[in-house]
Ligand binder design. Structure first.
Ligand code: GLC
Length: 473
């Protein structure tokens, strides 16, 4: 029987629980299932690379759908297509060990070639699987070329494309001389992907897509401005008619406080539970067990746009003027790792810094903390502030991008955290002091925490907005 459902193929470089390094992985791990739940008349599928990091527990469940040869300029490369079903969504994994059997997802000299291969393979897989998408939905620069290839070369009849910007800072910029050799784009098409003297894959997708989205409505406005657009403001403005902002949700099942191991599961929606979780965290990290002391935490990639220069300016002052303990989890720029190393050495009984990307550990830190910091310089959406709320941890954020859209500042009646407007270290510090002071006022603090827990960051509203866009185009 013919499948009459609207067919959506979501393309991206990472998805939880299979392989992830950041928020894109969260989104591609939870939006598809939300779409499948919301729209029973849609057939939602996702395609990503089969990285070495994808665990055996998932590989065991995969079946091989097909094997194709992908032509990328002069290269002819094997590509195995595997699939498995999860939460009503079929995930495809594209296998090529030369490109994806590596010890990390990104950061290699040939990332441009790896994702050109991936994008090409996505386009070539369409006739090889029994699924012809009505909409191809690409995410971030690693899959930007699918949109470009379709517009220029594949031109699949009736197939529309959506491109979502998760963070405009990462654009996929390369030297022009590899246009044909690595990206398999003809010289006559250079103007499509050229920007500012370079190949810019994000620019190519923005120009070629039918609809453009980003991950909050505030960020959709912000990227028309040079401060946020990392050079692409004019391209965004010229394509503003296609653009809309749809805020991300979080996966309440994946971040389910009740699913942590016993020691940490006590805090969910009970305030005595928070103290137990805190004690468990202190014990785990070798911090003095003092459940009165507020635990302030950060869980973040150590990237400068996350606001670490503000943290560097004022964190010691906050430590010196309070009894707070501080916990950091994340990896990234060495400058910040050194800083937190030194800080932990200076405050051995009050500061812990853990340099890893570790989802299970992150959940315990959310569960055991009282206050969560996110002073981002820019933040397309941000998920950590939402996850913190769901674990009864009050966020202090800079009112920017998705942080602006999701967190309302105390003492507003609908407040679920604290916000500050300017990218200024002392404005940030004063919010920390304000939060620490309110923390001492248990009844007010509990009310604020309760509002944070009750904030609705489910996917359902946003999923229907995506469905609306899918059906309109
Ligand atoms: C990127 C952005 C982050 C967003 C995520 C998912 O990681 O930096 O703000 O939440 O993508 O869209």
């Amino acid at each position: 029987m013919e499948n009459k459902k609207t067919k959506i193929l979501i393309v991206g470089a990472e998805a939880l629980p299979f392989a992830a390094t950041g928020g894109l992985g969260d989104v591609l791990g939870s939006l598809p299932a939300a779409l499948a739940r919301e729209a029973s008349d849609a057939d939602i599928r996702v395609v990503m690379p089969l990285y070495a990091k994808v665990g055996a527990e998932y590989r065991e469940k995969m079946t091989k759908v097909a094997e194709i040869t992908v032509k990328l300029a002069w290269r002819n490369q094997y590509c195995g297509i595997y699939s498995l079903e999860k939460d009503g969504v079929i995930y495809y994994f594209l296998d090529n060990e030369y490109y994806f059997d590596r010890d990390a997802l990104y950061g290699f000299f040939d990332d441009g070639e790896r994702y050109a291969f991936f994008s090409r393979a996505v386009m070539d897989m369409i006739p090889a699987i029994d699924f012809y998408p009505d909409v191809l939905h690409a995410n971030d620069w690693q899959s930007a070329l699918t949109v470009v290839y379709n517009k220029l070369y594949y031109k699949y009849p009736g197939m529309k494309t959506i491109y979502t910007i998760h963070n405009i800072e990462y654009q996929g910029k390369y030297d022009k001389y590899i246009l044909g050799d690595v990206f398999a784009i003809d010289n006559s098409d250079l103007s499509i992907v050229e920007y500012d003297g370079c190949i810019n894959l994000t620019k190519g997708a923005i120009v070629c897509c039918d609809r453009l989205t980003t991950v909050s409505s505030r960020y959709a406005d912000e990227i028309k401005d040079a401060f946020f657009a990392h050079g692409l403001e004019n391209i965004i403005k010229a394509n503003a008619e296609k653009l809309s902002g749809i805020v991300n949700g979080i996966d309440y099942e994946y971040y389910n406080p009740l699913k942590l191991d016993e020691k940490f599961s006590a805090g969910y929606r009970t305030f005595s539970g928070k103290a137990k979780n805190k004690a468990a965290l202190q014990e785990m990290l070798g911090l003095p067990t003092d459940t009165d002391a507020p635990i302030v935490s950060m869980i973040s990639r150590l990237a400068s746009h996350k606001g670490f220069d503000l943290v560097k300016c004022v964190l010691e002052e906050a430590l010196d003027n309070s009894d707070m303990q501080f916990v950091l989890l994340g990896t990234g720029e060495k400058e910040f790792e050194y800083y937190f190393c030194e800080l932990a050495a200076k405050y051995p009984t009050r500061v812990r810094a853990l340099f890893e990307f570790n989802k299970e550990l992150s959940k315990k830190i959310y569960a055991g903390s009282d206050i969560f910091l996110m002073p981002s310089k820019s933040e397309p959406c941000g998920l950590a502030q939402m996850i913190a709320c769901s674990y009864a941890t009050v966020p202090i954020v800079r009112a920017v991008g998705g942080l602006y859209d999701s967190i309302k500042s105390y003492p507003a009646p609908d407040s679920n955290g604290f916000t500050f407007d300017n990218y200024n270290a002392h404005d940030f510090l004063f919010k920390i002091y304000e939060a620490l002071e309110l923390y001492g006022n248990t009844s007010e603090w509990d009310k604020l925490t309760l509002r944070a827990i009750k904030s609705d960051f489910t996917w359902s509203k946003s999923a229907s907005k995506y469905m609306e866009i899918y059906s309109k185009i």
